[in-house]
Design a protein around this ligand. Sequence first.
Ligand code: NAD
Length: 250
Amino acid sequence: MSDLAIVAEWIRDAENVVAFTGAGISTPSGIPDFRSEDSGLWQDVDPQRVASIFGFRREPQAFFDWVRPLTELTMQAKPNPAHDTLVKLEQAGKLTAVITQNIDMLHGKAGNTVVHELHGHMRTATCISCFEQVLAEPIIKQVLEDGKVPHCKCGGVLKPDVILFGEQLPYQVLLDSKKAARAADLIIVIGSSLEVAPASEIPLIAKRNGAKLVIINNEPTIMDRFADKVLLGDAAIVLPEIIACLEASA
Ligand code: NAD
């Protein structure tokens, strides 16, 4: 039996499938990941300067200059067949939650209803001085137009509600993600290098609680040795192939 057919069988037999996704599920939607050599996102930049909370407080313009092209691509992006497959699995009563490290909101746009966004999202922004939260859309529009640092009514700087290096993960989202992982009998990691902790611990929590672990990625990851099956390839091709196997054996 092929590896695809085996994973399809595991999905058919499972009652509670959870997906854990990273930037790689969204590269077919045109949003680069951080680690692939050709993404360019870390080229000529110091992550601590442009993408940490400490850097943001000191020099917010550096963050907005760096994030502007990524934001533009994110706003234009549409879900791809990998996202759509997760919607199909939810509608089939198999998938109970998507836990994502992505900030691009594509799982929600695709139609998944239970999405735990561990690293935040771009729907809202918060003032780093008075902590008022506002809708992010007008701010994003303004930043894309003029590239200037957005400010709150109080004069403080507005930060999109994405988690930067040095920030805590959103507490309730982390709790909900761990709960979903513990309840899973199959967890499928899709498009993540699994190098960003503590998010990367979630698949191992599921595994320790008896779930099978499947990793779908286009290159090996540091956690492949814990996986019950590793499927190397493009998530936007591999996931629809698994669905095709499921449908063929129905
Ligand atoms: P990562 O960049 O560390 O790893 C992505 C992995 O996906 C890589 O191993 C890469 O080889 C693989 N990959 C790329 N395209 C693929 C495809 N089509 N099919 C299968 N695999 C593919 O990403 P990460 O593990 O999510 O961690 C990086 C951090 O960057 C996260 O915290 C995330 O918040 C953030 N990020 C998010 C976005 C987004 O929201 N779309 C984009 C870039 C970075």
